[in-house]
Design a protein around this ligand. Structure first.
Ligand code: 5RP
Length: 225
C-alpha cells in the first residue's frame, strides 16, 4: 500500500524530467516541494541550475542540499515547481497551507511554465472542499479586514497562530483561514477579496497552473491546462 509520503516522492521524481535543460528554476513551498528538492539534489541535475525560492522554509532546504540560489526580480524562471493544498478539475489551486502564498503567486505569475506536484489527497471537485481558504492580510487594522472578508463570504475565519503567537508570513503579515463553503466560482471570490484594503493576497490561484502532476499510487497522471 502506497502512502501519501511515498506518493509525494513518486511525483517529485517524475517532475525531474521537466528540469532537464533548465537553468533558472522557481521553487514553491511545502513538504512536497521539499521532497522534490531532495530528489533534485540526489539526481545530479542541480549542476548548472540556479533556484529562486518562494519562502524561508524552501530556501533553507535548498541551501541544505547545496543548490545555487538567486533573488527574484532579475531573469524570470523558465520553470517553477510548486505544491498545492487542493486542485480542482479546471486546475485552479488552493494554496497557502504553509503561509507562502504571496511569494508563490509572484513566482507563478512570472514563470514561463508553472507546474504543480501533488499526491492524490489534493484532488477535489471544488476548492475549499477540505481546507479553509488562506488569505494574507496586513497586521494594521487586521480585525477590520477580517470583518470585511467574513461579511463578504458569509463565513467565519480563524487568525492563524503559531503556538501562542500570531503566525507571521515571510512578509511580516498575518494569515486568515476562512471557513468558506466549497467554491462554485473561485475566480470571482479571488478577485472580490483582492479588492479589500488590507488584503495582500488570496490563496486561490486561477489560470496560473500550466500543468499538474498527481500521484495515484505509483501512477502519475498529468493534467495540462
Ligand atoms: C504553501 C503552499 C504549499 O504548496 C501547500 O500548502 C502544499 O504543501 P504540502 O506539499 O506540504 O502539502 O501553498 O503556502
Amino acid at each position: 500500500m502506497i502512502d501519501r509520503e511515498q506518493e509525494k516522492r513518486i511525483v517529485a521524481r517524475r517532475a525531474l524530467e521537466l528540469v532537464e535543460g533548465i537553468e533558472l528554476l522557481g521553487l514553491g513551498s511545502g513538504t512536497t516541494v521539499a521532497t522534490f528538492v531532495e530528489e533534485l539534489a540526489r539526481s545530479g541535475l542541480e549542476r548548472g541550475l540556479t533556484v529562486i525560492p518562494s519562502s524561508s522554509q524552501i530556501e533553507e532546504e535548498a541551501r541544505r542540499h547545496g543548490l545555487k540560489i538567486a533573488d527574484p526580480g532579475q531573469r524570470r524562471p523558465e520553470l517553477t515547481i510548486d505544491g498545492a493544498d487542493e486542485v480542482d478539475p479546471e486546475l485552479n489551486l488552493l494554496k497557502g497551507g504553509g503561509g507562502a502564498l504571496v511569494r508563490e503567486k509572484i513566482l507563478a505569475a512570472n514563470s514561463d511554465y508553472y507546474v504543480i506536484i501533488a499526491d492524490q489527497s489534493k484532488v477535489v471537485a471544488r476548492l475549499c472542499s477540505r481546507r479553509p481558504l488562506p488569505v494574507e492580510i496586513l497586521p494594521y487594522g487586521h480585525e477590520w479586514t477580517r470583518e470585511l472578508i467574513e461579511g463578504s463570504l458569509n463565513s467565519r475565519s480563524v487568525l492563524r497562530m503559531s503556538g501562542d503567537r500570531i503566525f507571521t508570513s515571510d512578509n511580516g503579515n498575518y494569515i486568515l483561514d476562512v471557513e468558506c463553503q466549497p467554491l462554485d466560482d473561485p475566480e470571482s471570490v479571488e478577485k472580490a477579496l483582492k479588492l479589500y484594503p488590507g488584503v495582500v493576497e488570496v490563496g486561490i490561484f486561477t489560470g496560473l497552473a500550466d500543468e499538474v502532476l498527481v500521484a495515484f499510487g505509483e501512477e502519475v497522471r498529468r493534467f495540462v491546462s
